[in-house]
Design a protein around this ligand. Structure first.
Ligand code: NAD
Ligand code: ZN
Ligand code: ZN
Length: 389
């Protein structure tokens, strides 16, 4: 089959690889009808995530048709149309029973320990390094789904792939980011990053009843899409983000602050220059993590800092004194997709939201390497790319 494979920093190739097969009775094989590129994939492209191996198949946002099921899988049958959460989880351990699906006990920072304790398969993420199970991803014609009798959700034929695909990740991720803010009717919410995750976070915060949403980015098309979704916007390249947030919140600061950026992706030289200008213009200096520091400094005392943006490894230079004095609460993590997916599917069916609004580019799987670059460089107004095998 054809698949997008990682070959090193900035080196993504469309290649022929062996077809996946059933390895465990609970498995299913999905024929991918649509898949997407996520901001998290850019961290792989940037070489920020360790334990990738040359030839690893990428992709964790995909949906399609069941073409084969393992002997122990009582939930799915051949021909079912499913969306597949990006988090692979068993559905039966203590964490899964608590709804903490992205920290399924069968996943562990050391997959070999999880394997020792629970056997194979382990939990983890699709297409996201050998730290998270080493599973082949779904930017491919076919994908093997472990524990497929738990996480995949059957979807109605009346809705298109474009409307359903983002249930796999970015819609639940934006939703969880907003849920983690315990939004109250008077809340003013600031959201850093108007990428695909930020876009869903904006709409989720408003659906959950926020009084005001202020979104921060610098890419004109992304700021325009944020405004179309009901947010006020700040262009960080103009500097003074914290001052502007104070002005827009009657001098108090946002009650809730959401970092939907994470590790800053290296894009074009012109983008990096813009970022440097913005960093130089702010009081916090140029240390990373830039966005998280800004969120902590801007947040109103007693507020919540919610972090869907992905970080890896060690981070330093955090203004913990300010966080302590302000009594801030931090919430973060990979999304517990299965906690929200049925509710969000229902909201799509009811017409409360049509997630396809975020799609700006449609390309073939073969054009994947180009698509990664277009998405990373934010060329041509690119916000979200859907690939069709
Ligand atoms: P993206 O790279 O398309 O979007 C990031 C946006 O942040 C860009 O529009 C960029 O212009 C903007 N940005 C960069 N520096 C900024 C700054 N200083 N201030 C404000 N905005 C700034 O990525 P995405 O797909 O929207 O994903 C966003 C983050 O969410 C990534 O870190 C991704 O890994 C993470 N993510 C997490 C989960 C989860 O389960 N927690 C799931 C999906 C994605
Ligand atoms: Zn993702
Ligand atoms: Zn589990």
């Amino acid at each position: 089959m054809r698949a997008l494979c990682w070959h090193g920093k900035g080196d993504i190739r469309c290649e022929t690889v062996p077809d996946p097969g059933i390895e465990d009775p609970r498995d299913a094989i999905i024929k991918v009808s649509s898949c997407a590129i996520c901001g998290s994939d850019l961290h792989l492209m940037d070489g920020y995530i360790p334990a990738m191996q040359k030839g690893d198949v990428l992709g964790h946002e995909f949906m399609g048709e069941v073409v084969e099921v393992g002997s122990g899988n009582k939930k799915l049958k051949v021909g079912d149309r499913v969306v597949v959460p990006f988090t692979i989880c068993c559905g039966e351990c203590e964490q899964c029973r608590r709804g903490n699906f992205s920290v399924c006990e069968r996943s562990n920072r050391k997959p070999e320990l999880a394997r020792e304790a629970f056997g194979y398969p382990t939990a983890g993420l699709f297409g996201y390094s050998h730290l998270t199970g080493g599973y082949a991803g779904g930017q491919a014609e076919y994908v093997r789904v472990p524990f497929a009798d738990f996480a995949p959700v059957k979807v109605p034929s009346g809705l298109s792939d474009d409307q359903l695909l983002f249930l796999t990740d970015i819609f639940p991720t934006g939703w969880q980011a907003a849920v983690n803010c315990d939004i109250q009717p008077e809340d003013r919410v600031a959201i850093w990053g108007c990428g695909p995750v930020g876009q869903f976070t904006i709409r989720s915060a408003l659906m959950l009843g926020a009084k005001q949403v202020i979104a921060i980015d610098t890419v004109p098309e992304r700021l325009a899409m944020a405004r179309a979704g009901g947010a006020e916007t700040i262009d960080f390249a103009e500097g003074g983000v914290i001052d502007q947030l104070m002005q827009k919140t009657a001098g108090r600061g946002p009650d809730k602050c959401i970092d939907a950026v994470g590790m800053e992706s290296h894009a074009t030289a012109s983008f990096d220059a813009m970022l440097d200008k913005a960093k130089a213009a702010m009081m916090l200096g140029t240390d990373r993590p830039h966005v998280l520091r800004e969120a902590i400094m801007a947040c109103r005392p007693g507020g919540i800092v919610s972090i869907p943006g992905v970080y890896g490894g060690l981070l330093d230079k955090m203004p913990m004194g300010a966080a302590m004095q302000k009594g801030l609460t931090f919430r973060m993590g990979q999304t517990h997709v299965n906690r929200y997916i049925e509710d969000l599917l229902h909201r799509i069916e009811e017409g409360q939201i049509d997630p396809s609004f975020v799609i700006t580019h449609r390309l073939s799987l073969e054009e994947g390497p180009e698509a990664y670059k277009t998405f990373r460089d934010k060329h041509d107004g690119c916000i979200k790319v859907v690939l069709t095998p």
